[in-house]
Design a protein around this ligand. Structure first.
Ligand SMILES: Nc1ncnc2c1ncn2[C@@H]1O[C@H](COP(=O)(O)OP(=O)(O)OP(=O)(O)O)[C@@H](O)[C@H]1O
Length: 691
């Protein structure tokens, strides 16, 4: 309640964080509906709807450096009288301005009142996005400022929010401002000692500064505090999860079986030392008195699949079911083909279950699973659907590549009575981070590539090198090898000039008329995708032009060239995954990174790929290059389920938060839970996902 001096008593309602957003002034039923689409239901959701970036008012630039499609501010004098044209129902004002470097046209729609402000000889700062009209650059709808006004603007960072239809940035900014001003914010839950030791901003200010930063420095501090919270709560929750799992008795104590040795002997290669060690650890876990919760971390092509296969076989030979969940249908199909035939001779039945199967086919598979007629089930997230009833599910293997799907693996393991869990990951995160992020798992490292692999030869080139690259690919095809060409887009887009698979395939067919070239992209039907992949695997297709659908796990050892168009558009981790599709067999392999745009930073980043084929090295260098705490950088590891934090960029905060969580005394933890019972609930009942 607030009393305004000298006036009638005004009762200000204090908002509660749990109140519905409609309690915030200015939000009615219609707006509420639209906000719900952004998952904003309560006042708390609203104030936790973070900006995705900030509009900054940069110093004006010379007219000649204004670029098409980019926002810029120019300081210029008007050199023509405003020209007003009526085009259908639009009234367009156009003027021409100049500075010492050159001149440019500016235009406004339906703003006739501006005419008097835009007199020849006047001098302003204009800010807007440049477009090309009839061959010339024009800034459309620019904002107009005097130099003093602009100076003031330059100190402000305007939040830009994720939006949806019916919700403007203005509306959200206002609503959040109101809510922040009126809502009763929770007291800081972190112990004072932690705040002091890690020099954190308090939680209320952090939220306020994140939405309405006074300057970049305070914004960085605010963000650091909120990222710290995310990581702190996550690591706390993981340690709870780990504790609870430790007490799980092994319901499926497995025994060694001769079949596993026979399978190993049937492989065309010997296991590497690292594979052997990992297999030893897995077996030991599954035979022990506690349930296995293990991560197998190994670089692309290090041979993790055989470990999954051996574990599944051991489970099946012990009379139980085991399942393998992978991120794409293409990959599920590939694993199914590798495993199903090989295991038949041990009397083991394998089945495939994916989202795109017909309802009838799925029903058939559910039946067989339920009755225990099949022992190994391979598939995508369809494996965790409610209708799947397993019979004696003793092992869950998830191939996560670079997604840290705590939730999925928990859901899947929830299908059995604490089955063993094996997680395969090729994410090249440094060990120090892996230990934290996979805090609930024990880790086996496959840190050795199979013998006889030749290091991939790399080059970073510009588009002028294409014809040479095609000739090179042609030669490789003549030698019986195959190639991938990756393009970022499916179809031609007017907005982004990036090579697209469909057109590119046509172009490539002309350049390599004797070769069988096909394309693959995510929008194709699963059946079509599987078909193309199968034909590529068999060598019927020689060159596969593809979007990043081949990124995860695809294994065609005969492919030796990976050519990546617009390589600058991919993150380094993703480039490394893509490159990992070659160099998987005994042949010399090559990676050609084609740079579609020039720039010193772009080159520098891509050169890292040139320097090494080691995923861990690349992740480390990437981190150094981007530096921590870059608020405006792209989130390359968006696959992690944190709202703000980026495990690479914020690696230091992650380590600090983990340290703080581990150091908490029992009393401090109790005090936290006392202050925030909701947080206690979230942490203790954590089953993965966002906290
Ligand atoms: N010890 C080994 N010696 C020789 N070849 C091997 C060995 N282990 C696995 N391979 C072969 O290496 C290739 C890559 O193995 P696999 O597909 O298991 O890699 P991965 O670790 O799953 O990689 P990614 O993370 O890229 O999917 C396969 O063709 C596999 O048959």
């Amino acid at each position: 309640m607030t009393l305004l001096p000298g006036r009638k008593e005004v009762i200000m309602k204090e908002l509660k964080l749990t109140d519905s957003v409609t309690e915030v002034k200015g939000i009615g039923a219609k707006t509420e509906k639209a906000l719900n689409k952004l998952l904003i239901f309560t006042v708390s959701d609203l104030v936790r709807h973070y900006p995705r970036g900030y509009d900054t008012y940069e110093p004006p630039v010379p007219i000649t450096s204004v670029k098409e499609g980019e926002k810029a501010a120019i300081e210029a004098s008007i050199i023509t009288s405003p020209l007003v044209k009526q085009v259908r129902n639009l009234k367009i004002i156009t003027i021409r301005v100049k500075d010492v470097s050159g001149s440019l046209s500016l235009s406004w729609f339906n703003m006739p009142f501006l005419k008097n402000r835009l007199m020849s000889g006047y001098h302003y700062i204009f800010r807007g996005k440049a477009a090309r009209k009839n061959g010339a650059l024009v800034i459309e709808q620019p904002e107009i400022y005097t130099r003093e006004e602009y100076q003031r603007k330059m100190n402000i960072l305007q939040p830009i929010y994720p939006l949806t239809e019916g919700i403007t940035n203005n509306l959200l900014t206002k609503a959040i401002k109101t809510a922040m001003g009126e809502a009763e914010m929770a007291e800081d839950y972190l112990p004072k000692a932690v705040i002091k030791e890690y020099k954190l901003m308090n939680s209320k200010n952090a939220l306020l500064e994140l939405h309405f930063p006074k300057d970049k420095e305070l914004l960085a501090q605010a963000r650091r505090r909120l990222v710290f919270d995310e990581f702190f709560q996550f690591t706390l929750a993981l340690s709870y999860l780990k504790e609870s799992k430790k007490s799980w008795k092994n319901n499926f104590v497995l025994e060694d079986r001769q079949g596993c040795g026979d399978y190993e002997n049937s492989l065309p290669y010997d296991l590497t030392g690292a594979q052997r060690r990992a297999w030893e650890e897995i077996r030991k876990d599954m035979k022990s008195e506690h349930t296995m919760n293990r991560l197998v971390q190994g670089d692309v092509g290090s041979g993790k699949t055989v470990l999954a296969a051996l574990s599944l076989l051991l489970t099946a030979l012990n009379g139980y079911q085991g399942c393998l969940m992978v991120p794409t249908e293409v990959l599920a199909q590939q694993h199914y083909e590798t495993i199903s035939d090989a295991f038949l001779e041990f009397g083991i039945q394998t089945v495939l279950l994916t989202g795109s199967m017909t309802a009838a086919a799925k029903r058939g598979v559910y039946e067989r699973i339920k009755k225990g007629e099949v022992q190994i089930i391979i598939g995508t997230h369809a494996l965790i659907q409610e209708k799947v009833e397993y019979r004696k599910l003793a092992l869950v293997v998830t191939d996560e590549q670079h997604r840290f799907g705590v939730r999925q693996r928990e859901m899947l393991s929830g299908k059995g009575e604490h089955p063993h869990v094996l997680v395969m990951s090729a994410t090249p995160i440094p060990r120090t981070l892996a230990i934290i992020l996979y805090g609930d798992l024990d880790i086996s490292l496959v840190d050795e590539l199979p013998a006889g692999r030749l290091p991939i030869k790399n080059c970073v080139v510009d588009t002028g090198y294409r014809s040479t690259a095609y000739r090179f690919i042609g030669k490789q095809l003549e030698e019986g090898r195959q190639a991938y060409v990756i393009c970022p887009m499916v179809e031609e887009s007017e907005v982004i000039e990036a090579e697209n698979v469909i057109e590119y395939t046509e172009k490539l067919k002309e350049a390599l008329p004797f070769a069988h070239v096909e394309y693959l992209h995510g929008k194709m039907k699963p059946q079509e995708k599987n078909d193309i992949m199968e034909r590529f695997s068999k060598g019927e297709i020689q060159v596969l032009v593809s979007t990043t659908v081949v990124e995860v796990g695809v294994n065609v050892p005969n492919a030796t060239v990976m050519m990546i168009e617009n390589a600058e558009r991919f993150g380094l981790a993703q480039l490394h995954q893509l490159r990992g599709r070659v160099g998987r067999g005994k042949y010399q392999s090559y990676c050609i990174l084609v740079c579609g745009r020039e720039g010193k930073d772009i080159r520098k980043r891509l050169e890292i790929m040139n320097q090494s084929n080691d995923g861990f090295y690349i992740a480390g260098e990437d981190l150094k290059l981007r530096g921590p705490g870059d608020m405006f950088g792209i989130r390359q590891s968006g696959e992690m389920e944190f709202k703000l934090g980026d495990i690479y960029q914020d690696a230091k905060v992650l380590m600090e938060a983990n340290e703080a969580a581990k150091k908490l005394t029992k009393e401090e933890l109790e005090a936290i839970f006392l202050k925030s019972p909701e947080l206690k609930l979230k942490i203790v009942e954590f089953k993965g996902g966002t906290l």
